[in-house]
Ligand binder design. Structure first.
Ligand SMILES: [Zn+2]
Ligand SMILES: [Zn+2]
Length: 383
């Protein structure tokens, strides 16, 4: 099995050092110059050719001389604006920044896979493209890299993402609708101010806003097929001046998550319509501004099934699970719209884990890195 190859004895600690180095210096969004440099330095050390399709995105290539089409392996490099709560020797050295989504692990795993594949390059039957992208947590780095041609000559894609619900040493697969779409919105209710003792002389934006918060849930509970998941959440609400003033304006923000294109399109339209209708009912006006996010991530079914077979051989049957879909989002969905693609969900839960992804106390069981790297390498060697 790929995972039992003694070569990993050297690669594993090397990969963990790389992960810790990246963990110390988290960078945000599309601004990941130091991480991109670090990736390039490692690729240079391995003798792997690389370019920069976008400012802080790196493309490496292995076995470029083999006949195509190529396979794409992808890692993201950006962190989150969170203050790390862990007391670790390699904790984040930058305040209010932390690799709390594991992109440090993804980058290290892809470099680990690259080193393994470099040692086995003679066995590669086709070129392997290594995609290191910034901006996954927003505003999106996959799309600019696609526009810069990263998918040219590529037949299929694979990404990795850690998961705190799976124990280290195990990977998970999802086929079909794997991850949700995300559309954020800002809803402003315009009423008419006045004295709190005479609400009939104004239009109370707070009253209208609360009616809208309630009414838009019907888009989920009364209009949506229960077998086609949809979530609408209002996350912030701000308005008003003091206890005896009728508020003339309320601002709300929220998010719409769906698992199908049809549900997404309908929900985005209906939330706006219901807000508008409810506001009119009470003589107010609703202004709905949509910030369209990533689409539904459709994991190609035949490709994922083939991967299940390859990964079961590479990691052993106990190490490969089917995991349920999630309404979390992923900009690799744009890749999956263009070529067959799926995600290797890499378990990182261990004895130190208390909180999950996107939390200040995320503790990764680094034994998962070898499993993830071996899975990526196996896909490149066997698919
Ligand atoms: Zn994340
Ligand atoms: Zn992530």
């Amino acid at each position: 099995m790929v995972v039992d190859d003694p070569v990993w004895n050297a690669i594993e600690p090397w990969m963990i050092e790389i992960r810790r180095g990246i963990h110390r210096h988290p960078e945000l969004g599309l601004e990941t110059p130091e991480t991109a440099h670090r990736v390039e330095a490692v690729l240079d050390e391995l003798g792997i050719a690389h370019t920069r399709p976008i400012t802080n995105g790196v493309r490496g290539v292995l076995a470029a001389d083999r006949p195509g089409p190529a396979l794409l392996l992808r890692a993201d490099m950006d962190a989150l604006p969170i203050q790390e709560a862990n007391d670790l020797p390699f904790r984040s050295e930058i305040s209010d920044r932390m690799h709390a989504c594991g992109h440090d692990c993804h980058t290290a795993m892809l470099l680990g896979a690259a080193r393994y594949l470099q040692a086995h390059e003679a066995e590669l039957r086709r070129p392997v493209i290594l995609m290191f992208q910034p901006g996954e947590e927003g505003p999106g780095g996959a799309m600019p890299m696609i526009e810069a041609g990263i998918l040219n000559g590529v037949e299929a894609g694979v990404m990795v993402h850690i998961d705190s619900d799976l124990e280290a040493g195990v990977i998970g697969l999802r086929e079909g609708a794997a991850m949700g779409s995300c559309d954020d919105f800002r809803l402003t209710v315009h009423g008419r101010g006045g004295h709190g003792s005479t609400p009939h002389q104004g239009v109370d934006a707070i009253f209208v806003a609360t009616a809208i918060v309630q009414a838009i849930q019907a888009v989920v509970s009364r209009e949506q097929d229960a077998f086609d998941p949809l979530v609408v959440s209002v996350g912030t609400i701000h308005g008003g001046y003091r206890e005896n003033v009728i508020a003339d304006r309320v601002e709300m923000t929220g998010t719409i998550r769906a698992m199908s294109r049809a549900a997404r399109e309908r929900a985005v339209r209906r939330v706006g319509e219901v807000a508008d209708g409810m506001a009119r009912t009470y003589g107010a006006r609703a202004e709905f501004v949509l910030d369209a996010g990533y689409p539904v991530f459709m994991a190609d079914v035949p490709w994922t099934q083939r991967a299940r077979h390859i990964l079961t051989e590479a990691l052993g049957p106990e190490a490969v699970r089917d995991v349920p879909p999630t309404l979390g989002v992923e900009d690799f969905a744009y890749v999956a719209e263009r070529i067959p693609a799926f995600c290797i969900v890499v378990g990182i839960a261990g004895p130190q884990l208390t909180t999950g992804l996107h939390s200040a106390g995320l503790m990764v069981d680094e034994r998962g890195l070898k499993t993830g790297a071996a899975a990526l390498a196996a896909m490149a060697l066997r698919s």
